[in-house]
Design a protein around this ligand. Structure first.
Ligand code: SF4
Length: 349
């Protein structure tokens, strides 16, 4: 009798929806979106963007509606037009092609991706064989490979490491894609160290702070709830990794792009929600509302830590904005905050 009373009380108690923090936009994504936004204001539409500026259809659709044109190849950009390279970075060959075609190129490559490019260049100059840990075909990996195509070999797994045949085992270095699973990379690096004990590693991990923090938060989330919803695009590497990390910790994890993807049947017990680094906060909020409608949750933020990272905008873009007397509109307050001297003003459309 006592047991049945307890179970009635437990089933009546409101369930909790834990909203992970940090989640969603990282500093590199913020900056990339600001670059397209300000370029549209400075140069006017159309502004061309090579590849999705970040892997999220909500972001891409919004910028497209305001005059951004997304292309896969530079040949689709008219001579002399403005083209923006995405946050994932590009190879030197792409930069050279843009220059040869007389395009006005703006670089939205995340500085943390640029860091990996510079490591590749440095190791290649020093005569190392470079092992790049990453996913074949990912835009970021294509750009990094292009920095030193003859010196870099891509590995995706421990099996790939076992199959390596490098010319000088004493001169091997590794770098990695910025958005991988921290745990997967650790396993691959351990295999590399077993095969090449002298392998050089980056002074600071290549997996970026945003990827690391979101994965750490989702691990904690998985201790609190058995169901985790990751809001992000199927093409987003870091969102997919969040799903894998949650599943590896025993949670039922689902990747959703929008609120309407949530199925009532998933919502058993307490639920956690997080978001990949390219997911806008308003999409996350819509998912929280929908989950609450379906599951009657009370919402509690689970904050692992505060992020206070901000990357500066490219000088050439700021210079052009200042010369043109262009104001930065609402929604770009972050961008305006990067600008010192008050040359760029906040304006209301
Ligand atoms: S996920 Fe990391 S590397 Fe990618 S844009 Fe964001 S901060 Fe930069």
């Amino acid at each position: 009798m006592a047991r049945s009373l307890q179970s009635v009380r437990m089933s009546d108690a409101p369930r909790t929806l834990y909203l992970a923090a940090p989640r969603g936009f990282c500093a590199g994504v913020d900056r990339a979106i600001d670059i397209v936004d300000i370029a549209l204001q400075v140069y006017g539409a159309p502004v061309y963007v090579r590849h999705e500026i970040v892997h999220n259809r909500h972001v891409v659709d919004d910028l497209r509606a305001r005059g951004a044109v997304f292309v896969d190849e530079l040949r689709d950009v008219p001579e002399g037009a403005v083209v923006i390279f995405s946050a994932h970075g590009v190879s030197p060959a792409v930069r050279a092609e843009a220059k040869a075609r007389g395009l006005k190129a703006l670089d939205a490559t995340c500085p943390l991706v640029t860091k990996v490019h510079l490591e590749a260049l440095r190791y290649a100059k020093q005569g190392y064989s470079i092992v790049l840990i990453g996913h074949r075909g990912h835009v970021e990996v294509e750009g990094t490979l292009g920095e030193a195509p003859n010196a870099i070999v891509l590995v995706e797994s421990v099996a790939d490491v076992e199959a390596l045949d490098l010319p000088d085992p004493a001169r091997v270095a590794y770098i990695s894609q910025t958005t991988l699973s921290v745990d997967d990379v650790r396993t691959i690096v351990e295999a590399l160290k077993r095969r090449y004990p002298a392998v050089h590693e980056p002074a600071k991990a290549d997996i970026c702070y945003a990827t690391q923090n979101r994965q750490d938060a989702v691990k904690e989330l998985a201790r609190r709830c058995s169901v985790i919803l990751v809001v992000g695009a199927p093409t987003s590497s870091n969102a997919n990794r969040l799903v894998e990390v949650a599943r590896a910790r025993g949670a039922q994890a689902y990747l959703i792009e929008a609120a309407e993807d949530i199925e009532a049947a998933w919502l058993t017990g307490d639920v956690g929600i997080t978001a990949g680094a390219s997911t806008p906060e308003d999409v996350v909020r819509a998912c929280v509302r929908r989950a609450c409608e379906l599951g009657g949750y009370r919402v509690e933020e689970f904050r692992l830590l505060e992020e206070r990272v901000m990357f500066p905008l490219p000088n050439e873009l700021l210079g052009a904005a200042q010369i043109g007397g262009i104001a930065v509109g609402p929604g770009n307050e972050r961008a305006a905050a990067r600008v010192t001297g008050g040359e760029i003003r906040i304006r209301h459309h």
